[in-house]
Design a protein around this ligand. Structure first.
Ligand SMILES: NC(=O)c1ccc[n+]([C@@H]2O[C@H](COP(=O)([O-])OP(=O)(O)OC[C@H]3O[C@@H](n4cnc5c(N)ncnc54)[C@H](O)[C@@H]3O)[C@@H](O)[C@H]2O)c1
Length: 339
């Protein structure tokens, strides 16, 4: 199944052998280099035998930064990559964000193929061309927009993914449903953690790509994808990245549902059911901030969606009916510090 969109193509594979054969066809006539998460290489040694030029990387959220990107640029220079070369990223969202950033800035951009290996990156991070790194001013504060040429998806990667990562991946999956597809929400509530159906992944990918195709540079519609993320990013930074992206976003989504009840009369069953789901997954439902209000305010002021005293913020009128509002920063700050 192929989905072409804005020069980015999504291809689904039944198994890793098919995926590796496909990559072999791409690399036989092109210079290329592969950056692969060390953990993934350990779990899937078949990539060692595939004859791809590769650099295994240690990855962590608090090293998704400029120093790491600089080391990736150096490898790319050492390998004499050109603009026409293909850079592969094999790993989760941390790898696709940092490799995507390095590839998009190296000589003003190489070709890029993302091979997501976590559920979260299959349904979200590997798509849409947002590449970013963190700094002391917050999450993904430095970044570029460059669509990957292709995203190659194979659910065989999920066989080795720790259950906690499956659970946090389900959060970005269900987010797509909350934004555009009520049936997807119900399907995620019934999901079997040991067998994630590829049709759920492809539905979420289609939702994301449809939104991105209308607003690549994120000036309006694409901001909807930030549902739960404003609070989520604050939690990630405040917890020194001890709370993972997916879990932090889940708390942000639940809080945004509660705010939606007050402002738009969202049915309280929506938050209640989502809260039960988080309990079932044994994920946190709330979070107490450690930082003082001034620091949280500074982080909010630095948020890319902030304009003067207001931030573009996503709420729900109903499942499948998101709405973008200009939210007063101080009101939002009150909401999150008064729990
Ligand atoms: N650019 C975007 O549009 C976008 C969207 C959503 C999230 N993100 C970013 O994605 C990041 C989170 O990504 P993530 O949740 O994929 O985390 P991750 O990349 O940190 O991966 C999670 C863990 O799983 C391991 N792992 C990866 N694949 C595996 C596999 N198949 N088997 C066993 N272990 C495996 C990794 O080594 C890591 O320990 C955050 O930095 C977030 O900001 C970006």
């Amino acid at each position: 199944m192929d989905l072409k969109l804005n020069n980015s193509k999504v291809v689904y594979f039944e198994n890793l052998n098919e995926l590796i054969t496909y990559c072999g066809e791409k690399t036989s006539n092109n210079s290329h280099h592969t950056f692969i998460d060390k953990n993934v290489l350990l779990k899937f040694p078949v990539f060692k035998e595939a004859g791809m030029n590769m650099s295994p990387l240690d990855i962590s959220e608090d090293e998704k930064n400029l120093a790491t990107v600089s080391s990736l640029w150096n490898i790319m220079f050492e390998k004499s990559l050109q603009r026409s070369s293909i850079v592969f990223s094999i790993g989760g969202g941390v790898i696709s964000d940092e490799v995507g950033f390095a590839a998009s800035t190296y000589k003003r951009g190489t070709k890029l193929i993302n091979i997501p290996t976590t559920l979260l990156s299959m349904v979200d991070a590997a798509h849409g061309g947002k590449n970013g790194i963190n700094n002391e001013y917050g999450k993904n504060q430095i970044g570029t927009f460059m669509m990957p040429n292709e995203v190659l998806i194979c659910s065989e990667f999920l066989n080795e993914l720790p259950e906690k990562e499956i659970k946090t991946g389900l959060i970005e999956l269900i987010k797509a449903g909350f934004l555009k597809n009520p049936q997807l929400v119900e399907k995620v509530y019934d999901v079997n953690l040991n067998q994630i159906d590829t049709s759920l992944i492809s539905t979420a990918v289609e939702i994301k790509n449809e939104i991105v195709s209308k607003d690549f540079a994120e000036s309006s519609e694409r901001m909807l994808l930030n549902f739960g993320h404003t609070i989520g990013h604050l939690i990630e930074v405040d917890s020194n990245y001890n709370i993972s992206h997916g879990e932090a976003v889940a708390i942000g989504m639940l809080k945004s549902m509660k705010i939606s009840e007050n402002i738009f009369g969202l049915d309280s069953n929506v938050a209640e059911k989502f809260g039960f789901f988080l309990e079932k997954l044994e994920l946190h439902k709330d979070y107490k901030f450690n930082s003082d209000t001034d620091l949280l305010k500074e982080l909010l002021i630095n948020d890319k969606k902030t304009n003067n005293t207001e931030i573009k913020y996503v709420l729900l009128k109903d499942i499948g009916e998101p709405i973008l509002i200009d939210y007063d920063l101080m009101e939002l700050l009150n909401e999150i510090t008064n729990d």
